[in-house]
Ligand binder design. Structure first.
Ligand code: SF4
Length: 290
């Protein structure tokens, strides 16, 4: 099986079968994102996708427990495109526990509740959604294509279809001038979207992206490490989902943390405070990655 271009997956899909059903991202405008700039969005021919599933089935059949469907927002595929893929995954891998993919708020809002329900019945159980911020000014600046309210509506549709959500926020996305608003808005959004999984990544300025150009012309300034930790503190102190696993284990972060929110809020805040006081070592800059 061959992949087209670089492929990306969430850290928690490290052991999953990575199936490239779409190429690129149907939106592809977020100013900080370099992942699919070299790709034009398209859905691969279904025969090719089914061949990839069959080939993997012959080698790994009973060992595959999770499948992650790529690329950047595979939920953009319509129900007719998803159906044969999900059926083939279920038929090929007897021990498959879940299928997941990246999704945008726009993808969810474009689908009917019935179609989402059908996708869930066919095995699509988890969506990774990256609003990055709950601050509408920041969302507009980073060209996310959807507001905080859109993300809350999208999350409701996913929940009504019984799909689990992993919500990703991006420390630093508001720059220095919206740092606090970005963090406070993100805490509110985490509460309102009420996901099962919540993670924070840290913005990295990648050459070739619009936000990198903005920083070079002094139109965007990334917050200091201390300010980024304070953003994380505001997020953790304010986010009130019913019960979410919270992780900052992505390689971009200075302080890897894991716990449940709201249950472990006190401990997590203490860890962040210890890092702010210099009592906990931070990930070295050269060890950080995307
Ligand atoms: S929606 Fe996701 S994959 Fe697409 S441009 Fe934005 S961050 Fe990148």
């Amino acid at each position: 099986m061959q992949y087209e271009g670089t492929v990306y997956r969430p850290p928690s899909e490290a052991n999953s079968f990575l199936l490239q059903a779409t190429i690129g991202c149907s939106w592809n405008h977020c100013t900080y994102c370099a992942m699919y700039r070299d790709k034009t969005y398209r859905v691969r021919p279904v025969d090719e996708i089914l061949d990839d599933i069959a080939e993997t089935g012959r080698t790994y059949g009973p060992h595959v427990r999770k499948a992650f469907v790529m690329d950047g927002d595979a939920l953009a595929m319509d129900l007719g495109q998803w159906k044969p893929i999900l059926r083939a995954l279920t038929d090929t891998f007897p021990n498959l526990r879940r299928v997941s993919c990246y999704a945008t708020a726009m993808n969810l809002l474009a689908k009917s509740q019935e179609d989402l329900q059908r996708l869930r019945e066919l095995g699509l159980k988890l969506l990774y959604i990256g609003p990055e911020s709950g601050d509408d000014v920041t969302l507009k600046r980073i060209a996310k294509g959807a507001s905080a309210a859109d993300h809350v509506d999208a999350a409701k549709k996913a929940r009504n279809a019984d799909m689990k959500q992993s919500v990703i926020l991006l420390l630093g996305a508001g720059g220095t001038d919206r740092s606090e608003e970005h963090a406070a808005g993100s805490a509110q959004l985490a509460t309102d979207m009420d996901p099962e999984f919540l993670s924070a990544l840290t913005l990295t300025l990648i050459p070739g992206t619009p936000i990198h150009k903005q920083s070079q012309s002094n139109r965007f300034e990334i917050p200091s490490v201390e300010a980024l930790l304070k953003e994380m503190r505001i997020l953790v102190a304010g986010a009130n989902p019913r019960d979410a696993i919270f992780r900052t284990n992505h390689a971009s972060n200075y302080l890897p943390i894991q716990g449940r929110l709201p249950r472990d809020r006190g401990n997590i805040v203490q860890s962040i405070d210890a890092a702010l006081d210099g009592a906990v070592p931070l990930r070295a800059e050269w060890l950080r990655g995307l």
